[in-house]
Design a protein around this ligand. Structure first.
Ligand code: GTP
Ligand code: MG
Length: 194
């Protein structure tokens, strides 16, 4: 897909901020600091569109970006950040529940897993949750640039096993090198084409 326009639309801190204008929506889901905002920026080729930070837990709301006036990329707050209070974690859970429950049939997810860290128990839990709602679109093993050549196949196999994916159902990706962008765009295009 050629990116003509990409713009930030709004941040939703609660249900009141959810968008529902009928455009398809692709949500980026994953641990805090896994690289969701970086992936978004890389996908649209704008390195400052979504805010990136080496401090985990930076994205606290659902940030909506409108791409080509055609669909939304929703940058979701990351889960699993240890320094977040219980109250905040519960609020995150409620926001996510509300988000995925209200989302129309045009909503799918890209779940990001750190290629080097592998799928954590929270990643597995998130995957099962999204799967049960029929929301998992793609699984991306990001930061693949951090995994050495010799470890690569095993790292991908481990994630597939942990998330019980079939062969091929994972896209190695790097926001640093750009690896995997074409493959991910193809997957997104297919999904949008319905
Ligand atoms: P939250 O908003 O806190 O949930 O984090 P996030 O998932 O949006 O992560 P973000 O994109 O802000 O990236 C976190 C850190 O990882 C930053 O320091 C990025 O530069 C780094 N990072 C992201 N993607 C990659 C990648 O593909 N390779 C490498 N080496 N580093 C990456
Ligand atoms: Mg972020």
């Amino acid at each position: 897909m050629k990116i003509e326009t990409a713009r930030f639309v709004q941040a939703a801190h609660s249900q009141d901020g959810f968008l529902s204008d009928g455009r398809p929506e692709i949500a980026l889901v994953g641990r805090s600091n896994v690289g969701k905002s970086s992936l978004l920026n890389r996908l649209v080729g704008r390195n400052k569109l979504a805010r990136i930070s080496s401090t985990p837990g930076r994205t606290r709301a659902i940030n909506y970006f409108l791409i080509n006036d055609r669909f939304y990329l929703a940058d979701l707050p990351g889960y699993g950040y240890a320094k977040v209070s219980k109250t905040e974690r519960a609020a995150w859970g409620r926001l996510m529940d509300a988000y995925f429950q209200q989302a129309g049939p045009g909503c799918a997810c890209i779940q990001l897993v750190d290629a080097k860290v592998g799928a954590t128990p929270l990643d597995v839990q998130a995957h099962e949750y999204l799967d049960s709602l029929g929301r998992v679109g793609e699984v991306v093993a990001t930061k693949i640039d951090k995994v050495g050549r010799s470890r690569r196949a095993a790292a991908l196999r481990d994630i597939r096993q942990q998330l019980q994916l079939q062969d091929g159902e994972i896209i190695p990706f790097s926001a640093r090198t750009g690896e995997g962008i074409k493959k991910l765009w193809r997957a997104i295009d297919n999904r949008l084409a319905g």
